[in-house]
Ligand binder design. Structure first.
Ligand SMILES: Cc1ncc(COP(=O)(O)O)c(C=O)c1O
Length: 373
């Protein structure tokens, strides 16, 4: 019988799914990693028009339509003060595919990929799938990743380090100084920095800066997506930008694995990026209000939680048995260890839910906390 590749045997189905399956049907789900808002109307309408006109019946260019890539370049100029050539962009099936092709194109068998622990689950899994060696590194007390920790972890075998700000699962936002340091480290050690910026629009304190701003040598690749910014997780539209030779290598993977991102999603994304940005600000304001409610709730429960400055997650320190106790009482939260060894003793709470439900969930979490005292 044909066996399975050791690369795929090294990964398992995400621990997050297991938690969802363990919860009852009427549970409050604070485990979800997606905004609870509709996709903006103008994005939906652009896709409908493109479908009806027949424009999406055929493959687009492998990199995505020129119009979409110009819209992405305009977004980088508007939001990041970055001059990106539309030729140096590949539209992908979500940020997920962008991470995948970036790692496939740069990681050789046995090479190391450094990423935050706790960190987004895909970094470990996609490193295995690329045949690389995951090298998770711990975080500061405020749950940001220290540039010196990354620098200390770099060896001759390091191919890539991943920066994620604002971060899943912590909500931490790296400072501009850190981002400058990450660019310096990528240059000095000649390794690729993949900057995962999918939560860029959800920043409540501080500001989002990209290490690409400080990169003079083409050693930073940026991964981004419409998924979280425009509540378009189901559309599957992200992108990667980087130096021309890197994009050419990533395109080799994308071309054969994907051909092109879904055409209707490309039209929707173009409209989302170029159209009114008010929905983005409305979501950001709603998330900030909910964050404050949640943090006050943890405070009253006596749970320590670094104040998340972005994304829509909080990561409180929780006593033994807390996650099970909370899930048993009907609120789904994700155990911190689903995001790496250093996540033990924490839980990830997503506040992508309305304030009424959030208050209800806070009451239940408070009861669970009291029951464990
Ligand atoms: C940090 C991070 N990067 C990338 C992604 C992938 O996003 P997408 O839905 O665009 O594939 C996610 C999704 O949860 C994420 O949390």
């Amino acid at each position: 019988m044909t066996g399975f590749s050791s690369r795929v045997e090294a990964v398992s189905i995400s621990g997050i799914r297991e938690v969802f399956e363990a919860a009852g049907d009427d549970a409050i789900n604070l485990g979800l990693g997606q905004p609870d808002f509709p996709t903006p109307d103008h994005a939906r309408e652009a896709a409908v028009e493109a479908i009806q006109s027949g424009a999406v019946d055929a493959y687009t260019s492998n990199k995505g339509t020129l119009e979409l890539r110009e819209a992405i370049a305009a977004k980088h100029e508007r939001d990041n003060n970055l001059d990106v050539d539309p030729g140096d962009i590949i539209a992908t099936s979500g940020g997920s595919e962008a991470l995948h092709i970036a790692l496939e194109a740069h990681v050789d068998a046995g090479q190391e990929v450094i990423f935050p622990d706790p960190g987004f689950v895909s970094y470990d899994a996609l490193t295995h799938i690329a045949g690389g060696t995951p090298t998770p590194v711990g975080l500061r007390d405020d749950l940001t990743m220290a540039p010196e920790t990354v620098e200390d972890a770099i060896t001759d075998d390091t191919a890539v380090f991943v920066v994620n700000s604002p971060a899943n699962p912590t909500g931490a936002v790296q400072s501009p100084e850190d981002m400058r340091e990450f660019a310096r480290i990528a240059e000095e050690h000649d390794v690729l920095c993949i900057s995962d910026e999918v939560y860029e629009q959800q920043v409540f304190e501080g500001e989002h800066r990209s290490p690409a701003e400080f990169d003079d040598v083409g050693n930073v690749a940026v991964v981004n997506a419409c998924s979280k910014a425009y509540s378009m997780t189901g559309w599957r539209l992200g992108w990667v930008t980087g130096a021309t030779d890197r994009i050419e290598r990533m395109l080799r993977v994308h071309q054969y694995a994907q051909a092109c991102a879904s055409a209707p999603a490309q039209y929707a994304a173009e409209a989302a990026l170029l159209g009114p940005q008010e929905p983005v600000e409305e979501m950001r304001a709603a998330f900030e209000e909910r964050r404050d409610i949640l943090i006050d709730g943890f405070d009253e429960m006596g749970l320590e939680c670094p104040t998340p400055k972005g994304a829509f997650y909080a990561m409180p320190n929780v006593p033994d048995g807390w996650v099970d106790e909370v899930i048993e009482r009907g609120v789904v939260v994700v155990p911190g260890e689903a995001f790496g060894e250093n996540g033990a003793g924490y839980a990830r709470i997503s506040y992508a839910t309305d304030t009424e439900t959030l208050h209800e969930a806070i009451d239940i979490m408070a009861e669970a906390t009291a029951a464990l005292e």
